[in-house]
Design a protein. Sequence first.
Length: 278
Amino acid sequence: MIIGLIGLGEMGSEIGRYLIMNDLEVISVYEGRSDVSKKRALNYGIKDAGSVEKLCINSDLIISIIPPDKAIETADLYTSYKNKNDQIYCDLNAISTMTAKKLKLILDEKKIDYVDGAIIGGPPTENYSPRIYLSGKFSEKLKFLNGKGMELVILKGSDFKASATKMVYASITKGSKALVAGALITAKKNNVYDELMDELKYSDEYFRLVAKNQIPGIKHKAYRWIGEMNEISLTFKESGLTGGFHSEAEKVYELIKNLPEGKIEIEDIINQVTDKMD
């Protein structure tokens, strides 16, 4: 079994690492990746396929873990070459059900088996595995991955239940962080930042702790969450809602994404964001 891995970010690399630790061969394309990503992949034992074409030809299973706005064009590219019979393409990106349906059409035309998937949680560690939701008629074929750096949850019914689950889950977890960050920015612009934090300390400690402890940690993830907010908005629209809240959340993450690296307190983040806006 050879697994072709698209995406050598933190999540993709760690999943690849644990697959290799469980005696599976993992290949990827190093070209175009940063030196940090290539070094990490090499240390983990992820082999360089040499080209997209070679990855396609040699992989029994292709797993995509990339920013959601690249999901369709990447799937189209990585299935453009001759592939093995019964090859499976598993998309684990945070995409809307609309995007998942478009992706499946592309793969159906190329006679490649499609599995809709979604990751909930962080990268695997020695003591932790993210939950990976799978749906679609070929999802059962991937049961062998369970326990190999992931906890599989196979959903029955619609081909796109995995993506739908991810969208509604992230709409709460990541949407609420955008709401808190947006409220803090607005408070700062109206000169009531300290008053807001004092009131939260008095009446709602949970959201104060979200502001103090969780918002600083999103600045290095915000660039990925921008596309995810757009996908969530599309899912809400397809379900009869406006999707407007998550469209605005996308703008909040745009403001946060380019802040300096390193540890930084929430007050510094809000000051830097509002300075950028002025």
